[in-house]
Design a protein around this ligand. Sequence first.
Ligand SMILES: Cc1cc2nc3c(=O)[nH]c(=O)nc-3n(C[C@H](O)[C@H](O)[C@H](O)COP(=O)(O)OP(=O)(O)OC[C@H]3O[C@@H](n4cnc5c(N)ncnc54)[C@H](O)[C@@H]3O)c2cc1C
Length: 333
Amino acid sequence: MRQFTYTRARTTAEAVTAFGRAGREARYIAGGTSLYDLMKLGVERPLHLIDIADLDEMRHVDTAGERLVFGAGALMADVAENPVVRRDYPMLSESLSKAASQQLRNMATVGGNLLQRTRCPYFRHGAGGIYPCNKREPGSGCAAIGGLDRGQAVLGTSSACTAVSPGDWPVALTALDAVVELTGPAGPRSLPIADFYLLPGSTPDREFAMLPGEIITGIAVPKTAAGRRSTYHKIRDRESYAFALTSAAVALTIDGGRIRKAHVAIGGVGTRPWRARQTEVLLEGRPPTREAALAAAHAAFAGARPGKENAFKLELGARTIADAVVIAAERKV
Ligand SMILES: Cc1cc2nc3c(=O)[nH]c(=O)nc-3n(C[C@H](O)[C@H](O)[C@H](O)COP(=O)(O)OP(=O)(O)OC[C@H]3O[C@@H](n4cnc5c(N)ncnc54)[C@H](O)[C@@H]3O)c2cc1C
């Protein structure tokens, strides 16, 4: 067994200091539902764990101000079940309640969810030289390209990596222009979620625009009238307890039977949560019918590069968006 040290932090400042002392082989640990898994698989091999699960200062859920603010340590279950979030931002609530299982959501945090790593089987199950993976072992190659690629991304891929960004919550946050609040050795800063996730390019091991030792303290979501007419629609191989094959987070403002403003992001298809800007533009001014939505939805996949077995995601993804538009439009304001 590989040895590691374990430190429980009582404050955020204490956690950042402990990380600084421990160095780059350290990891923060919150719910542990992702990190312990990867440690058992030999993919993550930290020498020091700094436990931030008990930090009261990171557990808040504040829906009263100008922005929704979620402490990074708030549990997925608590945010999913928050009555204001459920009523005014069903897309956020659904992106959490359709993820993982109730037991996992009772442990896992909304901050840890942002940082979960890909479920690409070659990344997770190839440690010890079984399969090359540029994300796990930079420069080793990518077994998914030309391999079993049914679950791989079709958008944002590179010749080094096609791994899908796995989370549901980050897709809904992307549609709503959320901001990630961070602090670290250099002090606090805010990063729009659009800048938080990196494209793989030639360095797929770099996934997040975080500095060494930085901790996510919270997530802020600007309030929008489109929140009530929103949904997170998730298509998967089985109806529960599975990652997305395709998903769509859609929020709409509708005026006189036409879409005035559309927020659309998609999951299960990109190497990072994917904002469908062109689809948003095409939806605006159109009635929220399935036909109009499907025509606009296809634009989201204009730059797609499918592999051998995942071209079905282009049509499935477009239909997922179209269904989400219809579901969102039917919601009461
Ligand atoms: C069987 C299974 C099915 C799942 N299905 C889904 C699904 O359908 N959809 C979905 O979206 N997710 C799914 N998940 C993933 C699950 O949502 C994540 O494991 C969970 O959100 C991670 O949160 P955590 O608090 O447990 O993170 P941890 O495991 O504690 O940490 C994850 C990573 O984040 C870092 N970290 C955690 N918190 C912070 C912080 N505040 N600041 C800096 N770094 C931090 C850790 O160092 C680690 O690298 C599934 C997981 C499992 C095991």
